[in-house]
Design a protein around this ligand. Structure first.
Ligand code: OSB
Ligand code: MG
Length: 374
């Protein structure tokens, strides 16, 4: 194949209000700011990417602003006018830049979409995905009260087979146990986002009898020993989310037996190329992987769905419908759930396009680089 030459990159910074606040013990998110990337090749094809960093560094060190700066000052100049045969080549183009994985990921994702379009294949088929439908899973935040019971029931009626809750300081294991016993047909995940670093191992162990399919990230991202202790002493599987920032972290998790399941967030490891490596290493070691969400828009979701269609991915990820978090999606078509799953695209690439009207309504910043402007 003749190489794909990158001649233009556009960044659209958007901010969309959430329908309901997304609350964890770390932060309450009320608006989602993001950067959507258009990467244009010399033959006029467009690849789409999305940056999943948040407005402030409450979850990861990178933020929308640090990603914007990294993209404009360093990363876009490195790819501009470059020709690639395969999107994995972007990783080599970025070697001179440390970290900034979410910024790198947004370009890596766009390059994969562009590549799949050039190959005239849906991205999920190009990466050898096998499942044409991906199971949906929703995240519900808040205390376990009547409102939550109603929300779980609504989720069940929508067809979600998996519900993920956030563990809060006020959450009692007994309330959780009652909830999981009420909805026996639902698979319950509980995400601690590191809360037990503060509450301690005994407080975590009290959740071992709550009927959970897994507990996500009980301790801080560098608390490898504590995760190892929990993995060895608890019946409920421990899944690592924040701790998995690279293939090296997966190796460390395996060596230290610091968890038995991986929550893969493509943005955090640097994109599709790195995600495929994580999935391969996990499969070689028989470690289940599922794709974690970042309250993201339809571009990142589409890349995540492509990864979720791989045979190695068995557990349902954070895949809710497009209008779960906001009223309008800046891309079309929207993610829809029918009978608990999402049908993957038959179109080339990730199969979504920018919805210009919605994009313009929420756009708060714009940048365009062309071959002559760099
Ligand atoms: O820890 O999984 C997490 C959202 C923002 C930041 C961290 C996390 C989350 C989620 C996923 O729980 C929500 C989703 O996009 O469905
Ligand atoms: Mg998590």
């Amino acid at each position: 194949m003749v190489g794909i030459k990158i001649v233009e990159v556009k960044l659209h910074r958007i901010e969309v209000p959430l329908k309901n606040p997304f609350s964890t013990h770390l932060q309450t998110v009320e608006k989602r700011e993001s950067i959507l990337v258009e990467m244009i090749s010399s033959d006029g094809e467009v690849g789409l990417g999305e940056c999943v960093a948040f407005s402030t560094p409450w979850y990861t060190e990178e933020t929308v602003q640090t990603c914007w700066d990294a993209l404009v000052n360093w990363l876009i100049p490195l790819v501009m006018n470059e020709q690639f045969q395969h999107p994995a080549e972007l990783t080599s183009l970025f070697v001179s830049i440390k970290g900034n994985k979410m910024a790198k990921s947004s370009l890596d994702l766009a390059a994969w979409d562009l590549y799949a379009k050039h190959c005239e294949k849906p991205l999920w088929q190009l990466i050898n995905g096998v499942n044409p439908r991906v199971d949906a899973g929703v995240v519900l935040t808040g205390l376990i009260d009547d409102k939550m019971i109603k929300a779980v029931d609504e989720a069940r009626k929508t067809g979600y087979k998996r519900v993920k809750l956030k563990i809060d300081k006020q959450m009692r294991p007994s309330d959780l146990k009652q909830l999981t016993a009420t909805f026996k047909d639902i698979l319950f995940f509980a995400d601690a986002n590191g809360l037990f670093t503060e509450l301690g191992m005994d407080a975590l162990k009290a959740f071992d009898y709550a009927g959970l399919a897994l507990i996500e990230q009980p301790f801080g991202e560098d608390d490898w020993k504590l995760h190892s202790e929990a993995t060895k002493s608890m019946a409920t599987p421990i899944a690592l989310d924040e701790s998995i920032r690279s293939v090296h972290d997966v190796k460390r998790m395996i060596e230290m037996k610091a968890g038995s399941i991986i929550v893969l967030k493509p943005g955090r490891v640097g994109g599709m190329t790195a995600s495929l490596k994580v999935i391969q290493l996990a499969a070689d070691n028989k470690i289940p992987v599922w794709i974690g969400g970042m309250i993201e828009f339809g571009i990142s979701k589409a890349h995540n769905l492509a990864l979720a269609s791989l045979a190695q991915l068995s557990l349902p990820g954070d895949f809710s419908h497009s209008t779960h978090f906001w009223r309008e999606e800046p891309v079309k078509p929207e993610v829809v759930i029918t009978e608990g799953s999402i049908e993957l695209t038959q179109s080339n690439g990730i199969g979504v396009q920018l919805n210009k009207a919605v994009l313009e309504k929420y756009r708060i910043g714009y940048y365009r680089a062309t071959d002559s402007s760099i």
